[in-house]
Structures are given as C-alpha cells and as structure tokens.
Design a protein around this ligand. Structure first.
Ligand code: KG4
Ligand code: ZN
Length: 403
C-alpha cells in the first residue's frame, strides 16, 4: 500500500529546500539550504546569484532530504514543486529538476503555489500535533467555517479566506499590499540602519530594548478606489494578485513607513552612525540578547526608532487582519510567512485573539520562513484529488492564489 510520501521542492527565492512529508501530516525530513551569505553583501536577493546557487544546491539538498527521511526515490508517491510566485530563474531550477525526476520515475508531478504552501505550513504543524489520521483538510472542516490567513513575508502581505472544499482548499483574496511587503520594509529599514540581512530577525531582536512610542509612526488610511485609478505604485508585490474588487479597508501599504524612517534618520543625523555599525555587525556571531549587547551595537535613539517601526507595522497588520476576520465571520486566523516568526507580532496577535475570543495559529518557527515541507503538505490534498501538473509546467513569477 502506498505510504503517501510526497517529495516537496522549493526554490522560489533564496532558499533551496526539499522535504519528504507523509500524507500531508508528518514531516519525515525538511532540508533548507539558505543563500543568506551570498546575498548579504548586497543587502538583498540578487536574482542571477540566486539561480546559480539553486543549481549548485538542488541535487545535494534533495539527496539529503531523502536520506534524512530514510526513503529512496522508489518509496515516493509524487513530486511537488513550487511553480510561483517568485523569481523566474530561481523557480525554473526547482521545476526543471522536479519534472525530470517525476518523468524518469513515472511519478505524478504536483504544482504548488508558494502562498498556498505558507498557509499549509500552519495546517501541517497542526496535523503533526494531532494523533488522528487526516486525509481531508482538518481545522475547520467540522464546521465548514472558513479561516482567514495572513501571509506576511519578504515578498507578500496578503489576506486570504481559506475554505476546505471537496478534499482540497479554495482561497479568496481579501486584501494585500499595494506596494512593499511587510518583510521588505523590515529588510529595507534594517539596511538603512546598518543592520544585517535579512533585517527581520535583527529588528525582532533589538526592538524590545527600545521605546515603541518614541516615534509616532502612522499609517494613512488607504483611499477607496485610489488603487483603481492607476495611482498605486507598481512593485513586485503588487503584481501577484488583482486588487480591483478588494475592500480598501483590507489593503496594506508599507513603502510610506520605510520613507518615514529614512527621513527620520536623515533629520536626526543617524546615517553616519548606521554606516559605522556595518563592520561591527559583521563581526557578531549571534543576534544581541541582552540590553548591554543591544546598546553596544546601537545607541538608545536607534533602538527607539526600531521599536517604534515594529510597533507600528505590527499594529497595522493586526488592525486590518482582525477587521477582516470580523467582517467575514472567519472561524479563526492563521498567520504565516517569514514575518510571522516575529515575537512582538506573535504576542500581540495572540493577546488580541484572546480578547476577541477568536482562535489563532502560527507555524513553528522553522516552518514560518521558506521551506519545502509546506510545499509537500499543500500538495497532499491535490494528490488525493488527482490534480496533477501538465508536462509543460513552467514557472509563473506572478502566479496568483485563488480568486
Ligand atoms: O517567508 P520568507 O522566508 O520568504 C519569502 O517568501 O519572502 O520571509 C522572509 C522575510 C524577510 O523579509 C525577513 O526579514 C522576514 O521574513 N523575517 C522576519 C523575521 N524573520 C524573518 N521579520 C520580522 N521578524 C522576524 N523574526
Ligand atoms: Zn515565502
């Protein structure tokens, strides 16, 4: 009898990842080769370098995933791969490899949307904790009520209503960013302040030592229909989903706060200090953990600026996510993607959910950022529904999820 083993492959951005997951519910292995050191010098992902690194890593990463799972290619039931959204050249490395493997082994190939993968990271963790065997999507299928998913990462800040339907899931786009993703704002602000790449973990570590109310950042209300008049900035995040029918209350914009931080830094002559931090920062072997370590790296006003930035970003994410959950009658909230690893975000979302008596779930930290276990898990309902990819599958850099 088939064990329901799916090999997942993910190469949409700067992580080459492979994982073996059993029946969408048990991670047998999850290997992630990060390219952080390659891109850190440039302060962001360089697409050409990303493709080259994926080419180097894909074979050893898949081998390691199979070995750690104590499986061979003969044990697999399907191969799943991220087909978009992401960097075209990076996606193609995973897709080409997955296609060749599936063809050579006569295995079905399943194409997975990266965003659906992030949502399934939460569901995979839940299934892993549950003892019952789950073939059909679990959480809300008992009541049939939908979950509101906030996917918040370096490339996305999207709200979806996720519903289990006929063994698979359906997704409706509820809101998204008009310009930068929240993680992109973290990365740009961190770069501006002379911190490492990616910036999220640095700001996460340093912000608790600053005053979150020191700088009163605010988010302007996004005007109704502004985005329909072609006035919304066009960035990579804005291309992945249509916005015409969305309620403007659930739209995000993070480019303004990034500019506000830039202005603040210039006005308060913090630029030189930020530049001077770079060599000291590179010499650190780990993130600062105590007030003394934080102050040795950044003066108090810089810590206050970071704390205020984070407080404002998390506040905005929270306000719109809970408003959407409320207005749509979602049974619960799922928060996922790299920024969902943030400690302030987890604490404040959890407290707010408690106050409002709405259930909330996050993936484990390892499954918050990019990985392939989430891709293999998202593929399982598709495997059961026999939704296989065509032989001509190609990369779709701006693949949208749902309607
Ligand atoms: O999901 P992910 O690994 O890749 C994308 O699909 O984009 O997310 C990476 C993003 C980066 O922008 C990174 O700075 C951010 O997630 N990030 C965090 C934290 N850890 C990663 N942001 C805030 N706090 C964190 N702890
Ligand atoms: Zn991602």
């Amino acid at each position: 009898m088939s064990r329901g083993l799916i090999l997942g492959i993910e190469s949409s951005c700067d992580e080459t990842a492979a994982a073996v997951v059993e029946r969408g519910a048990r991670t047998l292995s999850s290997v992630v080769a990060s390219q952080i050191t390659t891109h850190a010098t440039y302060g962001g992902v360089v697409p050409e370098l990303a493709s080259r690194e994926h080419l180097r890593a894909i074979v050893p990463v898949v081998r390691a995933a199979l070995a750690q799972a104590r499986t061979t290619l003969d044990d697999l039931d399907a191969v799943a791969v991220t087909s978009g959204p992401g960097l075209a050249g990076a996606l193609l490395v995973g897709i080409t490899y997955a296609k060749a493997l599936a063809f050579a082994r006569g295995l079905p190939l399943i194409a997975v949307n990266h965003l659906e993968g992030h949502i399934h990271a939460v569901l995979l963790d839940e299934r892993q904790k549950s003892t019952t065997e789950i073939d059909v999507p679990a959480p809300d299928s008992s009541t049939g009520e939908p979950a509101l998913a906030l996917v918040v990462s370096g490339g996305h800040t999207h709200l979806y209503l996720a519903r289990p339907a006929n063994r698979t899931w359906t997704y409706t786009l509820i809101g998204r960013t008009l310009d930068d993703a929240a993680g992109e704002a973290y990365d740009k602000v961190a770069k501006l302040l002379g911190l490492g790449y990616p910036g999220g973990p640095w700001i996460d570590a340093l912000a608790p030592f600053g005053d979150p109310h020191a700088v009163p950042f605010s988010f302007a209300q996004i005007k109704p229909k502004l985005h329909l008049q072609g006035k919304a900035p066009r960035t990579k995040a804005a291309r992945t989903a249509p916005i015409a029918d969305l309620d403007h209350h659930f739209l995000f914009s993070f480019s303004g706060i990034k500019t506000a931080v830039l202005r603040y830094v210039e006005l308060h002559h913090m630029r030189d200090e930020a530049q001077a931090r770079i060599p000291r920062m590179l010499a650190l072997s780990r993130l600062p953990q105590t007030r003394e370590e934080a102050l040795a790296l950044c003066p108090q006003p810089t810590l206050d600026l970071m704390a205020s930035f984070q407080h404002a970003v998390v506040g905005d994410l929270m306000k719109k996510t809970f408003a959407a959950a409320d207005s749509l009658g979602a049974a619960r909230i799922l928060v996922t993607g790299g920024v969902a690893a943030n400690r302030e975000l987890r604490t404040r979302f959890t407290n707010e959910a408690g106050k409002r008596r709405i259930a909330i779930a996050f993936p484990s930290l390892a499954l918050s950022t990019d990985n392939a276990a989430m891709i293999a898990a998202a593929a399982w309902p598709r495997f059961l529904a026999r939704q296989f990819a065509p032989a001509a599958l190609s990369a779709d850099p701006s693949l949208a999820l749902g309607r």
